[in-house]
Design a binder for this molecule. Structure first.
Ligand code: DX5
Ligand code: ZN
Length: 224
């Protein structure tokens, strides 16, 4: 199971420091929540901040950009040039999904598509042979610290089944990433549904404990 820390609930005035804490705890992905105040009701950061973060942290960590923006089709290359290795775009925000995922790969990044809680899994299945990851939102995007929506189980299981079939016929293995409300108490359940990659924000970055203490509790839950 890959654990991708979301920096949304980190201390954004000391972003590199908090990211470094996650890397020092043994994580090697960083989930970067890009919000444009339009597609979602919140604003975070864009390519200049990500470029500075890449300069501060070096070439090692996987920068996983979750683009919650209206214009992903016209701006994805800015994120790749700023140092993102992976780009995920919302199917609800992109007009020509097949064209967009193909272009992102040609631009030099691995590619994912994101489904909001109210979006059917079918939209992702149409491009499944072309992508590396499907991100299932288990909260409505825009804010950290929300509660997990249990109904996504059905969507995850259907997706896991479709990926199994794709792999069995020689196709590309696709990661299932879940984002929103993932904590120590539900992460083992997510794995049993077929999830391979969990975004964890407030479960790692909070006032109660350090990132490495929180990570240890999550890893214990995965061992039980
Ligand atoms: C929500 C973001 C998530 C969120 C996760 O729009 O995409 O990455 O920050 O935070 P938690 O784990 O606190 O739900
Ligand atoms: Zn996210």
């Amino acid at each position: 199971m890959i654990i991708a820390p979301s920096v949304l609930t980190a201390n954004l005035s000391g972003l590199a420091q908090d990211c470094q804490e996650a890397l020092d705890a043994g994580l090697d992905w960083l989930h970067l929540d890009v919000m444009d105040g339009n597609f979602v009701p919140n604003l975070t950061f864009g390519p200049p901040v990500i470029r500075s973060l890449r300069e501060a942290l070096g070439p090692g960590p996987v920068f996983d950009a979750h683009l919650m923006v209206e214009n992903a089709e016209s701006c994805y290359q800015d994120y790749i040039d700023a140092g993102c290795n992976h780009i995920s775009v919302h199917v609800e925000a992109v007009k020509h999904l097949h064209r967009a995922v193909t272009a992102i790969r040609e631009g030099g990044a691995s590619v994912g598509v994101v489904l909001n809680p109210g979006t059917s899994v079918e939209a992702a299945l149409e491009v499944l042979p072309e992508i590396d990851l499907v991100l299932i939102m288990s909260v409505n995007p825009g804010f950290g610290g929300q509660s997990f929506i249990p109904h996504v189980e059905n969507k995850i299981r259907r997706l896991a089944h479709a990926i199994e079939e794709q792999v069995a016929t020689g196709g590309r293995p696709v990661q299932i990433q879940v984002d929103g409300g993932v904590k120590a108490h539900n992460i083992a359940m997510l794995r049993s549904w077929g999830v391979t990659n969990c975004v964890v924000g407030s479960g790692l970055f909070n006032d109660r404990a350090t990132v490495s203490e929180n990570l240890e509790i999550i890893q214990q839950a995965l061992q039980e």
